[in-house]
Design a protein around this ligand. Structure first.
Ligand SMILES: C[S@@+](CC[C@H](N)C(=O)[O-])C[C@H]1O[C@@H](n2cnc3c(N)ncnc32)[C@H](O)[C@@H]1O
Length: 234
């Protein structure tokens, strides 16, 4: 499946208000529960510690249905996604003239070219990182470290854990699978140590987090919190 189909065409199969289906936040085709969404939002809030004066950048925001739970906690919200359809849905249903800004772009290119990186205080990357190659992830974290100098916290959520990949596919009787293909359905599977290395080398303290046992994705995914080390941007 090409990423053009998976990310840009697939969401069009659903009604404009079927927000969770559009971004595949489903179990057996049904949207995950409100309880699961709240668990994600709580984990993001605990990690990013959003403040009312913050500008939040959401890389790979999809339709911004998830981010909308954070709008009340921040001053400004910047959402970026390369799916025109999803950005259209975000603009239609999750817009506030004063505080929301949407961009249809690739997140790696956007991070390099965004004209006001210094206004961003926190960055959210949820359910997206596995769709970048390892090289692109290194490039993105380098760019965040070097250009987004006011950004103190980066939350990278829902990362597929390499340690559990074999068990995941075995349970589903899948024998032929790729763990390093960003164009596959789940994308690239990572180890926590790889993020510790990538963030640590770029001036971040890295914390690996997991979700509560009752969360639908528990067991084969983890989250990463990168906090700017006291040293900051040199
Ligand atoms: C599973 S959805 C997650 C959306 C949102 N972050 C959330 O958690 O609700 C993954 C999103 O990443 C976007 N995406 C994947 N690769 C991207 C890239 N290189 N640049 C921009 N968006 C990308 C897709 O279009 C899709 O909307």
């Amino acid at each position: 499946m090409s990423d053009d189909y998976m990310h840009k065409e697939y969401p069009k199969r659903f009604d404009r208000t079927s927000f969770w289906e559009q971004i595949k936040r489903t179990v057996n085709g049904k949207p995950v529960s409100e309880q699961d969404i709240n668990m994600i939002v709580d984990q993001i809030k605990r990690s990013l510690k959003p403040r009312s004066s913050d500008n939040l950048l959401d890389l790979g925001c999809g339709n911004a249905a998830l981010a909308s739970y954070l709008f009340d906690c921040v001053d400004g919200y910047y959402g970026v996604d390369f799916s025109e359809y999803l950005i259209g849905v975000a603009r239609e249903f999750f817009s506030n003239q004063q505080s929301t800004h949407y961009y249809c772009d690739d997140i790696v290119s956007f991070s390099n070219s965004f004209l006001n990186p210094e206004v961003i205080d926190k960055i959210l990357i949820y359910g997206v990182i596995s769709y970048l190659s390892k090289q692109e992830v290194e490039q993105l974290i380098t760019t965040i470290s070097e250009r987004f100098c006011s950004c103190r916290r980066v939350f990278i959520g829902n990362v597929p854990s390499r340690e559990y990949a074999d068990a995941f596919f075995k349970r589903r009787a899948v024998e032929d699978y790729q763990l390093d293909d960003p164009k596959s359905a789940i994308g690239v599977w990572w180890t926590p140590e790889e993020f510790e290395e990538i963030g640590g080398c770029r001036g971040f303290d890295v914390e690996i987090l997991t979700m509560p046992e009752s969360f639908y994705g528990t067991g084969y995914r983890f989250d990463v919190l990168m906090t700017r080390s006291a040293r900051g941007c040199d």
